[in-house]
Design a protein around this ligand. Structure first.
Ligand code: ZN
Length: 422
């Protein structure tokens, strides 16, 4: 069992120790793993992520500690980025913790204690889990809902506690004693001695993590997204330097949006609402115009097309309109009383074909509407390597993207028309 130097002080960044175990590399363990007699490196546990840093050996390069984990027997395992020369058991090492990463973790973790206590104090909402990620942290509250006003009030209360700069103390008590103290959180494990973290006159809980020594060092607590999860409501938050970084990031994004609208920051939501409303109107106008255009083009095409065998066969290639318009055009051509067949293509990327005929119920079963569009399309596509299908009256398919450059699509459609008329 490794002695944990961080238990007594979160401020230790440098320490000397001795190598106890060097795990051999294997396919399952591609990274070297080292166990020391004592360590100040914090292993991932209790919702808090591990430290990183370096191990220095006399007369050798520094070894980068990339990950730190807790083994079942209580040992702390330091995983190294594959180094050239590994130490041997008994070697003396000097450990250095990445100070910025550790400070960040202390801010997030202690901030979590303050925030969880604030939710209890104000709304009796208990924290059932804590997660610390690389970008943001979250707690899950055992409650069916949290209002935006409650979020704001908990944030305010938590920040007041930060600014009061209350001492954060560590002490050890027996489990029996701990049960009498009324802790916010009592771990379920059967341990004789518990490590308590106390924020003076505000919060007392059992925790093995690294914490700041006074609440002022948390800096600030910023609450962000909330979402419903299985066990309640998840509240995302960031503390200290992360809060400043996140606020800076948000400000930049909002400023960019405001500049695009030539608006003040606070007016951006209103500008977006207006803009969305305008695009909705424009989209509707565009749809109506395209519908009218397709209608006019279809009727002109039908007028100029002579009738053969009691029906009209319209062949059309659109080099500048998409497949949706080709489909619209085909529908307009075939939804008239005169039986008609439309063999239409769009060569705009992605190129495609639409084959349609006036359904028998519209043309009153008039002679001529007896071709099979699905079968015809399959036949045409099989010759050029496209994919698609459909029913007797309507079929649609895609042409290979590269085919339209060296394929005479109009010729392809005329040949298909020829097979119907034959
Ligand atoms: Zn803690």
């Amino acid at each position: 069992m490794t002695k944990r130097l961080y238990y007594d002080s979160s401020e230790i960044r440098e320490f000397d120790s001795v190598v106890e175990v060097v795990a051999p590399l294997s396919p399952e363990h591609p990274r070297p793993a080292i166990i020391l007699r004592e360590t100040a490196f914090y292993p991932t546990s209790g919702g808090q992520v591990h430290d990183t840093g370096w191990l220095s050996l006399e007369g050798a390069d520094r070894l980068r500690v990339a990950e730190v984990a807790e083994a079942e027997d209580g040992s702390i395992v330091h995983y190294l980025e594959a180094p050239a020369k590994l130490p041997l058991p008994g070697d003396k090492v000097h450990g250095s913790i990445d100070p910025d990463r550790r400070r960040d973790h202390m801010q997030q973790h202690t901030g979590q204690h303050v925030l969880s206590a604030a939710f209890i104090e104000l709304y009796q909402m208990a924290t059932v889990s804590f997660h610390m990620g690389e970008d943001y942290c979250s707690i899950d509250l055992a409650t069916p809902s949290v209002s935006p006003a409650q979020i704001a009030a908990a944030e305010t209360r938590a920040n007041h506690l930060v600014w009061e700069n209350r001492p954060v103390r560590i002490r050890y008590v027996s489990r029996v004693e701990a049960e009498k103290l009324g802790l916010r959180k009592l771990p379920p494990t059967e341990r004789d001695e518990l490590r308590l973290v106390e924020i003076a006159d505000f919060d007392l809980s059992a925790c093995g993590g690294t914490h700041v020594s006074a609440s002022g060092q948390i800096g600030s607590i910023l609450l962000r997204k909330t979402e419903k999860v299985r066990q309640g409501i998840r509240v995302e938050f960031v503390c200290g330097e992360r809060a400043v970084r996140m606020a800076r990031h948000d400000y930049s994004a909002l400023s960019e949006a405001a500049a695009l609208f030539s608006a003040q920051l606070g007016d951006v939501p209103e500008q977006i609402r207006k803009s969305l409303e305008e695009s909705k109107v424009l989209r509707k106008q565009k749809e109506d115009s395209l519908d009218e255009l397709a209608e006019l083009m279809a009727s002109a095409a039908l007028q100029s097309q002579p009738e053969t065998n009691g029906r009209k066969v319209v062949v059309r290639v659109f080099p500048d309109r998409d497949i949706a318009f080709a489909k619209l055009f085909a529908q307009k051509v075939t939804r008239v009383a005169t039986p008609a067949i439309a063999l239409v293509a769009s060569t705009v990327d992605p190129p495609g074909l639409v084959f349609a005929q006036t359904p028998a119920q519209i043309s009153s079963g008039a002679p001529g509407s007896t071709a099979d569009m699905g079968a015809l399309l399959k036949q045409v596509l099989s010759s050029v390597g496209g994919r698609g299908g459909g029913s007797r009256d309507f079929a649609q398919g895609g042409l290979p993207a590269s085919s339209t450059a060296n394929l005479n699509v109009e010729q392809l459609l005329r040949e298909a028309a020829g097979t119907i008329e034959a």
